[in-house]
Design a protein around this ligand. Structure first.
Ligand code: C5P
Length: 285
């Protein structure tokens, strides 16, 4: 039986480029793993199963990214060993926090250990599962380009914390990219360098180009952002295609105070430290 934690990610800026012939957009972003984690357990079994905590069904069953990841590794290992996969979700879904991708990356890593499949093969399977999976397999802090498949690890960041809020809005990533095309490739709001933690200032201004598309799909997102900026007295960024919003704070105490002062109705509001990995094996579930 192997246990692992699968960490969420946020985007420190997301620049979007043209729609490619393969239907994906090129992107340029700094991805950062954060301490919100799903828990994954994989064990040998009599027959395949994929269940949520307490035996509850998981979204899409065997079509869930975590099971597809484990199965991809098993197929590569030419094995038919049935597996019981259980998933305890903490990362909010459809929030731009990469929950499904984190689960898939942890699934690749765990199955890779179980079947003795090399890291090189896991790296080659990752982009097939989703654009954010290659980053989640690496984790920490990385510049990500291509369609998400070009991951260059960066020195780890520390010395600040985040408050992350998910408003009661779900945004589909394909819908956000599609709306971005319809809107004529807009640029997102610019967060000036001076408003960023010093550790991020070398990167220039940060902006998330999917912001106008996310607001076109869910106009109340802009009200949430404005309200949080007012309460926190600082700029608030969108992660991925949203709807998660976050701000930078000097430490986890300040981030926790900020997370406690959000409007009622948020799906999620927590202080989150940065982490230096995308997944981690653990001895306990
Ligand atoms: O790769 P993933 O399955 O997560 O992507 C979901 C959808 O999001 C893609 O089918 C595409 O419509 C859109 N997308 C994109 N450009 C990216 C990543 C995703 O257009 N770089």
């Amino acid at each position: 039986m192997i246990h692992a934690l699968a960490y969420a990610k946020v985007n420190f800026g997301l620049r979007v480029g043209r729609l490619r012939d393969d239907g994906y957009h090129s992107i340029d972003s700094i991805f950062q793993s954060v301490a919100i984690a799903d828990r994954l357990t994989v064990a040998a079994a009599e027959e395949d199963a994929v269940v949520g905590v307490g035996g509850r069904p998981v979204a899409d069953g065997f079509g869930n990214l975590v099971f597809r990841a484990v199965k991809a590794v098993r197929d590569r290992a030419d094995s038919q060993q049935p597996l019981h996969v259980s998933l305890d979700k903490a990362i909010p879904a459809a929030a731009g926090l990469g929950g499904g991708s984190a689960d898939a990356a942890a699934g690749l890593a765990v199955a890779g250990r179980y079947f003795g499949v090399s890291r090189e093969i896991l790296d080659s399977l990752a982009p097939e599962l989703g654009s954010d999976v290659p980053f989640c397999l690496v984790g920490g802090t990385a510049r990500v380009s291509g369609r998400g498949d070009v991951v260059t690890a960066m020195d780890g960041l520390d010395g600040f914390s985040l408050a992350i809020v998910v408003p009661p809005i779900e945004i589909s990533t394909p819908a956000a990219f599609h709306r971005w095309d319809e809107l004529g490739d807009p640029e997102g709001l610019c967060i000036p360098q001076r408003a960023l933690p010093p550790q991020l200032r070398d990167e220039g201004d940060l902006r998330n180009d999917l912001y106008p598309a996310a607001v076109a799909l869910a106009p109340e997102l802009d009200d949430w952002r404005a309200e949080l900026e007012e309460r926190w007295s600082r700029p608030v960024l969108l992660s991925g295609s949203g709807a998660s919003l976050f701000g930078f704070f000097i430490d986890s105490d300040e981030a926790a105070a900020a997370a406690n002062s959000v409007p009622k109705g948020a799906r999620f509001a927590e202080a989150c430290d940065l982490v230096s990995v995308g997944w981690r094996m653990t001895t306990e579930p």
